[in-house]
Design a protein around this ligand. Structure first.
Ligand code: ADE
Ligand code: ZN
Length: 338
């Protein structure tokens, strides 16, 4: 099963590039940029990763991001993630970046953008992995700041297909960003939003009705509202589920309590993703693996999750078709030999 998962052709649709900062790279970049870290060793960093909830994670995540200073740092971070993703047969990835967590500490939008973008371009050419970039607004900051961030992104809008919404969810409903998202859509951006991770099902409704999202990031609290579940299944609005993240941030007490299998079996377009792999103990394959073991997912269900990942992506219909054919081929070959 482990090998089946590792080699399964898949897309990753919910990945914060700042959340791929491994402690080893954190130390390397801190040294390169002459930044003092509040940790003495890599193992001390890992020991600090013991989260009570989303906010306790975000505190460390934003602190860690401070070692990212130069374009090369953003390039190296992104390149390391792409190499890892390719090793897990991720064929396509859609990556969030949080410009405000950099611009708010004096790093130019362009510095972050150029480093990430150049690595994504090199990933296409040298590693054969396709990718797209999603600019995510920080919802615990003002709508005005989000507007200013959108303005900074406009010169690069041809290379940033979508905008998203992340950071502390409770008390920061999607409605707060209705106007910013309307403006982003008028500029041609697709939209996604984190909703129903810690926040209530009403936030998922708001993301759909007010922000016009193409997908919901997380969305696991949808199971509290049967009408919403029907709607998600009916309209095939995808959920980018992040199993290890949900357990690490105490959204579920343990993996065997996770509702991924339930969502999938309701016909919802659920996908598996890693969110912030360096902080939550695994990249996308480890997420499939942990969910498979705890929920006893069958190969058929793993196939469906991978197929959903391509269906839910922002790829063209032709590219989706090609990748799903590759997936079908992989699964058929396995059927014949097993
Ligand atoms: N930023 C990075 N990871 C996040 C998550 N899981 N939820 C909200 N904001 C985030
Ligand atoms: Zn996330």
């Amino acid at each position: 099963m482990k090998e089946f998962i590792q080699n399964l052709p898949k897309a990753e649709l919910h990945l914060h590039i700042e959340g791929t900062l491994e402690p080893e790279m954190m130390f390397e970049l801190a040294q390169r940029n002459k930044i003092d870290l509040p940790y003495k060793s890599v193992s001390e960093v890992r020991e600090a990763y013991n989260f009570a909830d989303l906010q306790s994670f975000l505190d460390l995540y934003y602190q860690g991001s401070q070692v990212l200073q130069k374009e090369q740092d953003f390039y190296d971070l992104t390149w390391a993630y792409l190499q890892k993703a390719v090793s897990q047969n991720v064929r396509h990835t859609e990556i969030f970046f949080d410009p405000q967590s950099h611009t708010s500490r004096g790093i130019a939008f362009e510095t972050a953008y150029q480093g990430i973008y150049q690595a994504l371009e090199d990933g296409k050419a040298k590693l054969g992995i396709s990718s797209q970039l999603i600019l995510s607004f920080l919802r615990d900051r003002s709508a005005e700041e989000a507007f200013a961030t959108l303005e900074q992104a406009l010169p690069y809008k041809d290379t940033i297909p979508a905008v998203g919404l992340d950071s502390a969810e409770q008390g920061n409903p999607p409605s707060k960003f209705k106007e910013v998202f309307a403006r982003a859509q008028a500029e041609g951006f697709l939209t996604v939003a984190h909703a129903g991770e810690e926040g209530p099902p009403e936030y998922i409704w708001e993301a759909i009705k007010l922000l016009n999202v193409s997908r919901i990031d997380h969305g696991v609290r949808s199971t509290e509202n049967p009408e919403l579940l029907n709607y998600l299944a009916d309209k095939q609005i995808p959920l980018t589920v992040c199993p290890l993240s949900n357990v690490e941030l105490k959204v579920f007490d343990s993996m065997d309590k996770h509702n991924l299998k339930k969502l999938l079996n309701l016909g919802i377009c659920a996908t598996v993703n890693s969110d912030d792999p360096s902080y939550f103990g695994g990249y996308v394959s480890e997420n499939y693996q942990a969910a498979q073991e705890a929920l006893d997912l069958t190969k058929q269900e793993l196939y469906q999750l991978a197929k959903n990942s391509f269906q839910a992506s922002f790829l063209s219909p032709e590219s989706k078709h090609k990748l799903i054919a590759e997936l079908d081929d992989y699964c058929h070959v396995l059927d014949r030999v097993s």
